[in-house]
Design a protein around this ligand. Structure first.
Ligand SMILES: [Zn+2]
Length: 498
């Protein structure tokens, strides 16, 4: 609808001529889905974004970033209060503000405008729904959208400083599969080229030390055949690369860890600006605590999750695109699982917005303290340094070097069967002993009883008969490695990975 906008030229009070989008005279009335108290379907999410773009055309614009394997759209909403077409600004302010969205010539608005100037780093990018089963991350992103649009009068202070781009559902195919077939699905739905399995973990598919990720096709964290092999990650890369000169703060929403984390995920070194990142994360943490007492943990990804994670979007944005600030927020909570009861949707959305808004303000305050161009080179993952013989840094998830053919992508069955026969070499005997000791400590143990209270399970959102709801996040080896530990402890590693 909005995509059908045409252009006209308008004269400003100073006599400048500029292009301005024209809204069609006859508007279609779009019903508003109940976004605050439900897990919406993919179609309803789109409908809500369309509703907002239609209702607030003077500061809201919708974009289609790309199409998934099952031909669903990955959509973004731009909320850009400080623009010359915003009728709610005073004429003087409008005159000083940059022009708003420009319709692309093919009639589809596929990319937000990149602004240039001294103060161009003013954009906050929020993404959610990368992992299909993390429904609460999607509703929380929608809550942020709701606050910045329908509740804009309460948030004018942040809207005056920052432009927002929000992608509430990065992986719509996976989400629909999770909603209707298997509630515990994590990856996207594109069949793998190199095996019979379906899906790639989009948060392992970005091009930052990608080779170190899991190449086991059946794993929940399969990294894909190559960096950006997936339509969802390519869509995200395209908009992020394009907008990177404007990006100030990038926030990736996941569940469930009740923690706010900063880079690096791929190595255990501290980021050069870790103090600023920590201060940013702590501002969100304190805001949420003062809102309703919920205690988030903060720290680096590798420190809090007690493992290294390569190919994630947050490391990519921070390490490759050099965005000044980037965080991952793991929403509550272990005892609620990936899909808390619908009654919790509004509460988690509101409390999270309280923290997110505070972090947005803080990122604005920190903007002049961070200059990424002066930073030393990226630290390399420990595994890369240790492996002199393996210069491309290719390792399997045990950290042992593997041969070229082991990660070649397996173009045919012969390669796949060869893979199984490849000998995994231990770097030293000492390391082999350490590994054996570690394995013996983590022998199979039952999942701790009482971790997921019955009353919460019974009030969980309805699922169709026959659906599985495995709150342990079954299928993830690493989740099992944290079994047997106390369910509530500030030092406990996060049971899921972002
Ligand atoms: Zn996740």
């Amino acid at each position: 609808m909005l995509n059908a906008k045409s252009k006209r030229t308008t004269k400003t009070s100073k006599g400048r001529v500029r292009d301005a989008p024209v809204t069609p005279l006859r508007r279609v009335v779009i019903p508003r889905p109940d976004v605050l108290h439900n897990y919406l379907e993919y179609k309803q999410i789109n409908q809500y974004l369309e509703y907002l773009a239609n209702r607030y055309p003077h500061f809201v614009q919708m974009y289609t970033l790309g199409l998934t394997h099952e031909r669903r759209e990955v959509r973004a909403l731009e909320i850009n209060w400080m623009n010359s077409e915003n009728v709610e600004l005073s004429p003087q302010v409008r005159e000083m503000s940059p022009p708003p969205f420009v319709a692309a010539t093919n009639g589809r608005n596929n990319a937000p405008v990149v602004q240039v100037g001294d103060n161009c780093r003013h954009t906050v990018f929020i993404e959610a729904g990368t992992h299909a089963r993390e429904w609460i991350s999607i509703t929380t992103a929608l809550n942020c959208i709701y606050q910045l649009t329908e509740r804009y009068t309460r948030n004018v202070d942040v809207l005056r400083k920052l432009r927002f781009i929000i992608v509430p559902l990065v992986n719509p195919d996976g989400y629909e599969y999770s909603r209707t077939k298997n509630a515990n699905w994590r990856k996207n739905r594109r069949p793998q080229k190199s095996s019979k399995f379906v899906g790639t973990d989009c948060n392992r598919n970005y091009d930052i030390f990608w080779a170190s990720g899991s190449s086991k096709n059946n794993r929940n964290t399969f990294k894909g055949d190559r960096p950006f092999s997936e339509p969802e990650t390519r869509a995200m890369r395209n908009i992020l690369e394009r907008l990177s000169p404007n990006l100030l703060f990038f926030l990736s929403l996941h569940s469930y860890g009740q923690s706010i984390m900063y880079p690096w995920g791929y190595c255990r070194e501290a980021a050069f600006y870790w103090r600023e990142l920590s201060s940013l994360a702590n501002s969100g943490r304190s805001a949420i605590k003062s809102y309703n007492g919920r205690e988030y943990r903060t720290g680096s990804i590798s420190c809090l999750t007690k493992r290294t994670i390569t190919g994630s979007v947050v490391d990519y944005v921070y390490g490759v695109l050099k965005v000044p600030m980037a965080l991952v927020m793991e929403l509550p909570a272990r005892d609620l699982g990936f899909q808390p009861p619908v009654e919790m949707v509004s509460q988690i959305g509101h409390e999270s917005w309280y923290g997110i808004r505070e972090m947005c303000k803080r990122s604005y305050d920190l903007r002049n303290q961070i200059n990424r161009s002066n930073e030393p080179q990226l630290p390399r993952p420990a595994r890369f340094i240790a492996d002199d013989t393996n210069l491309n840094g290719t390792v399997n998830e045990n950290g042992t070097p593997v041969t070229e053919e082991h990660t070649a992508g397996g173009d045919n069955n012969k390669t796949a069967s060869k893979k199984k026969r490849v000998k995994r070499t231990m770097r030293t005997q000492h390391e082999a002993i350490l590994k054996m000791q570690k394995n013996s400590k983590q022998g199979p143990q039952p999942f701790p009883a009482g971790l997921f209270p019955r009353q919460l399970a019974s009030s969980a959102p309805p699922i169709r008969p026959g659906l599985t709801r495995d709150r342990r996040g079954g299928g993830d080896g690493a989740i099992l490695s944290s079994r047997g530990k106390p369910p509530v402890s500030s030092t406990m590693p996060i049971g899921v990975f972002l």
